[in-house]
Design a protein around this ligand. Structure first.
Ligand code: SF4
Ligand code: ZN
Length: 310
């Protein structure tokens, strides 16, 4: 068997799409350097800018915190970890422990915000009225999570939030938007898109790295894997799209990379002006596409159904 394509060392991983074989150390370094390249190509982070890394405590976000900390360590306090506690008994605690211990091991400041403190209810309490809703748990939760991340980022005075979406997440979302006929949302996938409904920019430094490679990086770095999934997780179409893309990649190595390039090409031709016009939410003042923003709308619906503090 041939050795590492870069240093001749003991083979650890072969990138089927490029034919490159890497030893453990060159593989690790390749992930750090790929991330650096993506950040620089799309001008995701400016010099000295304070970056809030959204750390859920899963393998992807723990890896992102580790990599960005390594890239930006020379400037202390540039990286800060933000985590959201949705309030899901028996699930989020384990992930938050992983996030806490990595942040403390790296000496990175961490801020945790909870749905309970921000909105007055935990996800467990909010989802009690599940039967009455026509929206999936994750779509519902996602609306509050985006707001919670914004709040945390503002609290830590960050001007950019880095999320751990990888290449697989990116192309799955692209395809799902097409399948849902949600063409206006394609603009959100532009790596340089600044959505004015968020007070801070969103960047995805792992968007050019396969999920499998991020998982391998986490495994190699000894990062803990969360043992249980969120009980409300319902991915529906995403699971089918993921399985289909994995099957295509197995038969045609590199096809996900091609799909990413095609997605970026389509998105770059998409007129920015078709993004949603925004007006201030009449309740919270945040930019919104309608008189009441989706957070305030959903919050009011939850409050109607949940006897808060009862
Ligand atoms: Fe929220 Fe869905 Fe994540 Fe559970 S899996 S925390 S419901 S987004
Ligand atoms: Zn509002």
């Amino acid at each position: 068997m041939t050795g590492c394509s870069r240093c001749g060392g003991k083979p650890f991983y072969t990138r089927r799409y490029s034919g490159e074989t890497l030893c453990a150390s060159c593989f690790r370094e390749s992930i750090v350097q790929k991330t650096r390249k993506t950040v620089s190509k799309y001008k995701m982070i400016s010099a000295g800018e304070r970056v809030a890394v959204a750390v859920s405590g899963g393998k992807d976000s723990l890896s992102l915190l580790r990599v960005l900390n390594e890239l930006y360590r020379p400037r202390r306090n540039q990286i800060v970890a933000i985590s959201v506690d949705e309030g899901v008994a028996g699930y989020r605690d384990e992930a938050l422990d992983h996030a806490r211990s990595l942040a403390s091991e790296l000496g990175v400041e961490q801020v945790v915000v909870s749905y309970k403190d921000l909105f007055g209810f935990s996800l467990d309490e909010a989802l009690d009225w599940k039967e009455d809703r026509d929206v999936s748990s994750c779509s519902f939760c996602g609306v509050f999570r985006r707001r919670a991340i914004d709040e945390a980022a503002v609290r830590v005075r960050a001007s950019v939030v880095a999320t751990a979406h990888n290449l697989d997440d990116y192309v799955q979302t692209f395809m799902m938007n097409l399948m849902h006929g949600d063409i206006a949302r394609l603009a959100w996938l532009d790596p340089t898109y600044a959505d004015d409904s968020f007070p801070v920019r969103r960047v995805k430094p792992f968007m050019e790295i396969y999920e499998e490679e991020v998982a391998l990086f986490a495994f190699q770095a000894g990062l803990p894997f969360q043992s249980i999934s969120c009980p409300y997780m319902h991915e529906g179409l995403r699971t089918e799209v993921r399985d289909y893309l994995n099957m295509m990649e197995a038969n045609h190595p590199g096809i996900k990379n091609v799909l990413l390039r095609s997605a970026l090409d389509v998105i770059s031709r998409y007129p920015r002006s078709t993004g949603r016009a925004s007006v201030p939410c009449s309740n919270c003042g945040r930019p919104s596409s309608s008189a009441l923003c989706s957070v305030c709308r959903m919050k009011a619906a939850v409050e109607e159904h949940v006897k808060l503090g009862a």
